[in-house]
Write a protein that binds this ligand. Structure first.
Ligand SMILES: [Mn+2]
Length: 414
């Protein structure tokens, strides 16, 4: 069985307010072509299809068009699970239509995928959190774990009468429990697979995921996944990588395009997985194009910036422009730069003495509020604030501080 694994498409996501849909459409065309060229049997999409639970209509249209093109009237099976950005109900609303095109959709860990014919394939058995499919005579059991929020996880694990004690288990313990309950569905005569949208420790975030790690509450680790799974297809992390401690069986495919400038150093890929009953898997990374690069241009002056913009008028790229200057950059100048180069996302003036000077935390703490404000203003506006404004602001703050001191004193004496 040949599987193609991709994730975190975030259709409809913006960059500094600019739409990425044209790039996403290019990727989806390539993805369809890759599935075709590699004679893929089953496509796995492991969550965060959309960037929001209420995606723009254009994003939904792109998704449905893509599914239809990939499935080729049910010739190819597609399995989709919801991520933390997706609305489970909204994502799976098209399920009645999807079935005849060979598309399986799961919104929550408790989803029961109906048994029956899916295009040219079949779901032979199913229950909460798993399906057994037959694809071209091969059978596979796939555990389906769409993003398990606290609530959805507890709904899966416990009935309403659950002991409070059970609910006190850590998130990681409960995920282990979930996989423990599901793993029994794996058999020796089937291919055994997992699809999950989950955040595993020991992997690197890129800053464009919506963090699930506040206080580590949503963190799991390699030991949570079933030992007998041949391949564990993961979603959530936007950089392609394997989960430590899983013998490279658990993999994040990562997102197909760079969502922010920090991701730029990492190549974007999709994963091809060759798997059959009782054998180890063969995994191939298929690199993707960069459809529209995100670039940072550091220019030594306004004139240098203008020249760079003129030279790159016809190139299709997103630009963060940093210009060294000892004065304002005027509205007129900004307009001129943008007339030469479209898709400038941000123009940042860098004042003398500012470059390369990152304050460390210690220094930052020792600065007074006044100093911090002046630094902040200079960084944001590229110039000193007017004296009048500063005086007014600080007089308001001083007054507040005095009032607070008086109130505190009064409370102590009450
Ligand atoms: Mn994501």
């Amino acid at each position: 069985m040949k599987i193609l694994h991709s994730s975190d498409w975030h259709l409809g996501k913006n960059l500094e307010g600019q739409s990425r849909l044209p790039e996403q459409e290019q990727f989806l065309n390539d993805f369809t072509r890759i599935a075709e060229e590699n004679e893929i049997d089953v496509v796995f999409i492991t969550g965060d299809i959309y960037d929001s639970g209420n995606p723009p209509a254009k994003a939904e249209q792109l998704f449905y068009d893509t599914l239809k093109n990939i499935s080729k009237d049910g010739e190819r099976l597609i399995v989709v699970i919801a991520g933390n950005h997706d609305s489970p109900e909204r994502l799976t609303a098209a399920r009645p239509l999807a079935m005849e095109h060979g598309i399986i959709m799961a919104g929550t860990p408790k989803t029961v995928v109906p048994e029956g014919t899916y295009g040219q394939h079949r779901v032979i058995a199913s229950g909460e959190g798993y399906v057994e499919v037959e694809v071209h005579g091969e059978r596979a059991v796939i555990l389906l774990v769409p993003f398990p929020s606290e609530k959805r996880l507890n709904e899966f694990l416990y009935d309403t009468m659950a002991e409070e004690e059970e609910k006190q288990q850590s998130y990681k313990e409960r995920i282990k429990e979930l996989f423990g309950q599901l793993e029994v569905k794996f058999r020796e005569d089937t291919i055994n697979l997992v699809m999950a949208h989950i955040f595993a420790s020991g992997v690197e975030e890129t800053g464009s995921e919506r963090s699930l790690a506040l206080g580590g509450s949503y963190l799991v680790d390699g030991s949570c996944f079933p030992k007998t799974a041949q391949y564990i297809a993961l979603g959530h992390i936007h950089r392609m990588q394997t989960v430590p401690g899983t013998g490279k069986r658990a993999r994040y495919s990562g997102s197909p395009i760079h969502f922010n400038r920090k991701e730029v150093p990492y190549e974007k890929k999709v994963l091809k997985v060759d798997v059959s009953v009782g054998k180890s898997v063969e995994i191939t990374e298929i690199p993707l194009q960069v459809y529209k690069p995100i670039e940072v241009w550091k220019c030594s002056s306004f004139l240098a910036a203008r020249e760079k913009c003129q030279k790159n008028t016809d190139r299709d790229c997103w630009v963060y422009l940093e210009i060294r200057t000892d004065s304002y950059i005027t509205e007129e100048q900004i307009k001129e730069l943008k007339s030469w180069k479209k898709d400038i996302l941000e123009i940042t003036p860098v004042l003398p003495g500012q470059d390369g000077q990152e304050y460390d935390g210690q220094e930052e703490r020792e600065k007074s509020f006044q100093e911090l404000f002046l630094d902040f203003y200079k960084r944001e506006r590229g110039a000193e604030p007017e004296e009048e404004l500063v005086k007014m602001l600080f007089s308001i703050i001083e007054q507040e501080e005095e009032d607070e001191a008086v109130t505190a004193e009064n409370q102590r004496t009450e």
